[in-house]
Design a protein around this ligand. Structure first.
Ligand code: SF4
Length: 338
């Protein structure tokens, strides 16, 4: 597929191009790519060179995104591309996110082709995931528009590091998102992800107040980096105050990877303690991930405490939600259900 002229850029006085897609605001010289590798200045214009170039497809359970309140138990066509606009030292997908566009390892698939794949595999939704889909926003828009016409939903799995204007375009046909809130201090964000906390918080507030996108939040807890009870409590308090009590929160386990090989994997008790802090503070739905923990992976009715969805890892074992409500007491369970 040919490179596609990018949206969200402007020329600068110095002859470089300013990319306005994400808050990194790269200034890109002629012939150069931006930080994310897949947006390039070619002869004074910015091109999305990752457009139409997924690195492969998988059919995942939607719980793997993770989304526990969005079509639970369904499958989702999932793909990403090379590159990323963050620089996470602990990236668990670094073979993709740190790859430059490589013709041998990227496919060539039109937006229509992606939707056709979802139809062929009968997945009710498509996930833009693995690396951060913000950086291939033009491709996301074109796929999600066609998908919506075909009755297929679209899901962003993202760090939420996106410009305020660009996000209005990228999320126009998006139905759900999982946003990584990677920690709750600016120190952690800058040192370990090379991005800024406040930009991510701003995206979360925007999703809540100005869109109909169903979203859940994931925090990967890394020993001695972002896992202190105080930091977890501050994160929960911020969510409650700014987003409300019905946004599902996932605490997931880190394993040593990429440039963070000196840490141990997250102990189970760190995750269960964080979940307890969240629930005690008033968050209705909190889960643990990347470990086997049946209690921490069950959806409970926030009113009567009935076990509504039992899970093991990413598998749904049983689901007692009917018409979006608890079958025991009738309480509405927040989320998107068939
Ligand atoms: S999307 Fe890529 S090129 Fe654009 S500002 Fe962000 S990192 Fe830089």
């Amino acid at each position: 597929m040919n490179k596609v002229l990018a949206k969200w850029w402007e020329p600068t006085d110095g002859g470089k191009i300013l990319c306005t897609l994400c808050p990194r605001y790269c200034k890109i010289g002629d012939g150069q790519p931006g930080f994310c590798y897949i947006r390039q200045n070619i002869d004074g214009k910015l091109y999305s060179i990752g457009y139409g170039r997924p690195t492969g497809f998988a059919i995942d359970p939607v719980e793997k995104k993770p989304l526990n309140h969005f079509l639970p138990g369904s499958t989702i066509l999932s793909f990403g591309t090379a590159g990323c606009n963050l620089g996470c030292k602990f990236c668990q997908n670094w073979s993709m996110s740190k790859a430059k566009l490589d013709d041998d390892n990227s496919l060539d698939v039109s937006p229509e082709g992606v939707v056709e794949l979802a139809k062929n595999y009968r997945t009710p939704s498509i996930a833009y995931t693995y690396n951060d889909p913000t950086i291939f926003g033009e491709y996301v828009i074109n796929i999600s528009k066609i998908a919506r016409e075909e009755g297929i939903k679209s899901v962003m799995v993202t760090a939420g590091y996106i410009d305020k204007e660009a996000r209005k375009d990228v999320y126009k046909y998006i139905d759900a998102a999982n946003v990584d809130l990677k920690g709750f201090t600016e120190r952690f964000y800058w040192k370990n992800t090379y991005s800024h906390l406040n930009d991510v918080l701003d995206t979360l507030i925007w999703l809540k107040n100005e869109t109909d996108v169903w979203f859940e939040i994931t925090t990967l807890l890394i020993p001695d980096e972002n896992d202190s009870p105080e930091e977890v409590r501050q994160e929960c308090d911020w969510i409650l105050k700014n987003l409300g009590d019905n946004i599902p929160l996932h605490f997931t386990a880190f394993h040593p990877d990429f440039r963070m090989l000196d840490k141990e994997k997250t102990p189970e008790r760190t995750l269960t303690s964080a979940r307890k802090i969240a629930i005690d503070s008033g968050i209705k739905y909190c889960y643990v991930g990347n470990i086997h923990n049946k209690e921490g992976q069950t959806t409970y009715c926030p009113n009567c405490n009935e076990k509504l969805i039992k899970r093991d890892w990413h598998s749904v074992i049983s689901n007692k939600i009917k018409n979006g409500c608890c079958t025991a007491c009738g309480e509405k369970i927040d989320g998107v259900y068939v």
